[in-house]
Design a binder for this molecule. Structure first.
Ligand code: PRX
Length: 656
């Protein structure tokens, strides 16, 4: 986001106070801010009472920067908290998920007692296959109920899952499997996308060629497509799970037992294995879901439209909602599977009350026009949420007017894979909302905006977002790399967690999140590092050097623009350049994921470098965003950047 754009937004000074009807019935009362501020540990202790414990904790926080322990002498089982306790408390017939397939008209309803049986059977199957407490299990699945069931079964045994987004390539999957030494993989034969099957297991087969320690693969039949089969390694889910007992006696684990790993892009080519532990994570997921989404488990049908391959799916499709016993919609398809009004038909059919999604999707739905939401009955909706990237006020207003019928509060929630749960957000019924602002830290969270030296900035000023006190769902580290954990997050500003985001406090002191200030890009709410994409590009035999930047994009928030110099081999010189550009885009898709495909690749004879040989990405970002160039005097050859600018103007863009 450019400064000028932000200034224009702030100038509009649009503020929406909480509506009267909401104030009267909201779960959150204004006093919770004061209560949490007066004694944050007591506040979180109270939130932890939402969990069922085998042994209740007597301790709250032990803090030895950067290592936190929350509720450490308590014991519990995450899957019991998500499932069994609801059945035991008489809510077994309540719907946990309305699962909606990619194909129009296909759905499945799963109650809490059905979920309990499915999780128990799967846990028994995993025991038979050799999964034990402390193991890591990779899950590479489409958005089908078995994905959630697998996650819950894994953690029920005290193993940790590492869910890898189904859109990631075989290479990306194998590097994640190797980094955390997963010995088991759970996957499906394929996935459906707009009615068409696409293979998934083949990527697992390819990935496992470099993962000799994976001895067991459990495969759900989803598409019925042909699959390559390795006898003794591969097992069909329906062969192994279906015949198991639907009873499983859980073991209880310490509060700080590892629950899961989730790989996310940092500023280097190697993704970080962020790991979370059990009780603190569950406590904050449930507390935030309860207050921010104002959950009324008896009447709400909540829809987090995200993939379980990302942290939003973990915290707000699986753990937070299930701890509360909520009823949810889980949707397999794309926003336009079966037509561009598919989402509105789902809202109408299941009478969704809460919708939570990413700004990119809102912008896409907005592009498809006002008529589609208008032609459906969306009156069941009472609250809307956004997550994953800054939301521009135009999209926020469209969401409010066309989806929320000017009647639903919008919660713009800021958080990260590392924070585990929402950190900065309005609370419906209490705080006002402003189009584009995440407003204020959640009760019990201490956030600040600081300058280069770590001093708080005043109202009306911008700086770096930091979190100044430990919180229950904070990551406990980067798997296998404590030094990187400390240096990435805790060394920049002593005593504070450095989020990597720019932020601004407006004149009222409310917080606006401005996006990453490091080399991390945010493409459609997906995090990717510039170095990761550069690394993929230079892995292609024709490429000598590559520099990648994230440029502002009207739909995807940011889009990848790559500047590439080629090796001067005879073969490349004769190649048709547009063919080569397409080949490079496909190459990146193969190495990382289709989401990492550059929007534009500019082939250039040279890159702008300082005299010490460092690529000036700042200038390339200016070029990519068509801005006037800043200071170029430190460049080794100032003409290079003008030449690239010229090349850029002549380029078309690719949008697939
Ligand atoms: O830059 C911020 C942006 O997404 C980053 C975290 O990405 P990830 O770990 O993939 O988690 C995304 C889902 C929680 C942050 O560093 N971000 C997330 N939410 C917002 C946001 N930027 C602005 N406003 C938000 N509400």
């Amino acid at each position: 986001m450019t400064e000028a754009k932000l200034e224009a937004w702030l100038d509009e000074k649009r503020v929406f106070p909480p509506s009267e009807s909401f104030v009267a019935n909201a779960n959150a009362k204004p006093s919770i801010y004061d209560e949490a501020k007066a004694d944050p540990e007591a506040w979180w202790r109270k939130q932890a009472e939402r969990l069922v414990w085998d042994k209740k904790p007597t301790s709250t926080l032990e803090w030895d920067l950067p290592n936190a322990k929350w509720f450490s002498d308590g014991t519990l089982n995450a899957s019991v908290n998500c499932v069994d306790r609801h059945v035991a408390e008489g809510r077994g017939d309540k719907v946990a998920y309305y699962w909606v397939a990619d194909a129009d008209g296909e759905s499945r309803t799963i109650t809490y007692s059905e979920l309990q049986k499915l999780v128990a059977k799967t846990a028994n199957a995993l025991v038979e296959l050799g999964v034990k407490k402390g193991d890591r299990v990779a899950i590479y699945m489409p958005m089908i109920p078995e994905a959630v069931i697998a996650m819950l079964a894994v953690v029920r045994l005290g193993a940790a899952h590492s869910v890898v987004f189904g859109g990631f390539s075989a290479d990306a999957l194998s590097s994640r499997i190797l980094d955390s030494d997963c010995r088991f993989v759970i996957t499906a034969d394929g996935a459906f996308r707009r009615g068409a099957p696409s293979p998934l297991k083949s990527a697992v087969d390819e990935a496992l060629q470099s993962c000799p320690d994976v001895k067991t693969v459990l495969v759900v039949r989803r598409t019925g497509g042909d699959v390559h089969w390795v006898e003794g390694r591969d097992y069909w889910w329906h062969d192994v799970v279906d015949r198991q007992s639907d009873q499983h006696t859980p073991e209880f684990f310490p509060a700080e037992h590892t629950l899961f790993l989730m790989y996310t892009s940092g500023t280097t080519a190697k993704p970080k294995g962020i790991f979370h532990t059990t009780a603190g994570y569950l406590t904050q997921c449930a507390a935030t879901y309860h207050y921010i989404f104002d959950v009324k488990p008896e009447t709400d049908v909540l829809w987090t439209a995200a993939d379980i391959g990302w942290i939003t799916g973990h915290s707000y499709i699986v753990y937070g909602p299930l701890v509360l016993g909520a009823t949810q919609i889980m949707y397999e398809g794309l926003p336009d599977s079966g037509g561009r009004d598919r989402w509105w038909r789902i809202v109408e059919q299941f009478k969704a009350t809460v919708l939570y999604t990413a700004p990119t999707t809102i912008r896409t739905l907005m592009k498809w026009g006002d008529e589609l939401p208008k032609s459906h009955d969306l009156s069941s909706l009472r609250l809307l949420g956004t997550v994953g990237e800054p939301i521009n006020p135009e999209a926020w207003m469209w969401y409010r007017e066309n989806v929320g019928r000017n009647n639903c509060p919008i919660v713009d929630t800021w958080w990260q894979t590392e924070t585990g749960a929402i950190m900065i957000t309005p609370l419906p019924g209490i705080t006002a909302t402003k189009p584009g602002a995440a407003m204020t830290p959640f009760p019990g969270i201490s956030a600040d905006v600081v300058d280069n030296e770590g001093n708080s900035v005043g109202n009306g000023e911008g700086g770096y977002l930091v979190i100044t006190a430990p919180w229950p769902s904070m990551t406990r580290g980067i798997y296998g790399d404590p030094a990187r954990f400390k240096s990435t997050y805790w060394d920049r500003f002593p005593g504070m967690y450095f989020a990597g985001d720019g932020a601004k406090r407006d004149e009222d002191g409310d917080l606006w999140l401005l996006g990453r200030i490091d080399d991390v890009m945010n493409i459609s709410g997906h995090r990717l590092s510039t170095t990761e994409v550069e690394h993929a590009l230079v892995g292609h035999p024709a490429v000598a050097e590559a520099a990648v930047v994230g440029a502002t994009d009207d739909t995807t928030g940011q889009a990848i623009v790559a500047f590439v110099t080629l090796k001067l081999s005879a073969e490349d010189a004769t190649k048709d350049q547009s063919h080569l550009v397409e080949e490079l885009r496909q190459h990146v898709a193969r190495v990382i994921s289709p989401i990492a495909k550059p929007r534009q690749i500019i082939l250039t004879p040279d890159l702008p470098k300082t005299r010490s040989g460092k690529i000036m990405r700042r200038l390339l970002r200016d070029v990519a965003e068509n801005r006037s160039l800043g200071d170029v005097t430190t460049l080794m050859d100032p003409t290079v950047v003008n030449m690239i600018s010229g090349l850029m103007q002549n380029e078309g863009t690719s949008e697939d």
